[in-house]
Ligand binder design. Structure first.
Ligand SMILES: [Zn+2]
Length: 141
């Protein structure tokens, strides 16, 4: 019985975040098809290399890693290692916000930009992640 009480919330968090995870899976599969790799770490699928690296390098902040639900996209295994703690703050945010996370994140960025603030560094989701788990190196997404 105790096992069920623990597992049901975890399953609900996975389901609630799954639309974002599906988007991450599509990106990750594109990375695999273009020479990238995949690993399972701490309950998340991590993708790196190939098209994933190419796309991350072309984000406005030249991100080393980016989270989509329970998937984490990284430029390479070292980037994933260095940003894992930070990205898992985002994983928990996705678990709280579910399909509302991306609209809330992007909406906050747009609102900040309209008000002359930085859409990434001032974003409350990033501020929570940096306050909880600063990155070891590079920037993330
Ligand atoms: Zn972040």
């Amino acid at each position: 019985m105790f096992f069920i009480l623990i597992r049901i919330p975890a399953l609900l968090r996975l389901i609630w975040a799954s639309p974002n995870s599906m988007l991450g899976l599509v990106c990750g599969l594109l990375g695999l098809l273009t020479g990238g790799g995949m690993q399972l770490r701490r309950g998340c699928l991590e993708f790196y290399g190939g098209l994933v690296s190419w796309a991350l390098a072309r984000t406005p902040i030249s991100a080393a890693a980016m989270t989509l639900g329970h998937t984490i996209l990284g430029r390479d295994p070292l980037a994933l290692e260095c940003s894992r703690e930070h990205e898992h703050v985002h994983v928990r945010q996705y678990a709280r916000w579910g399909p509302l996370f991306l609209p809330a994140y992007l909406g906050a960025s747009f609102f900040l930009w309209l008000n002359g603030r930085h859409p990434y560094w001032d974003n409350p989701f990033e501020r929570e992640a940096y306050n909880t788990q600063p990155l070891n190196r590079r920037s993330d997404g």
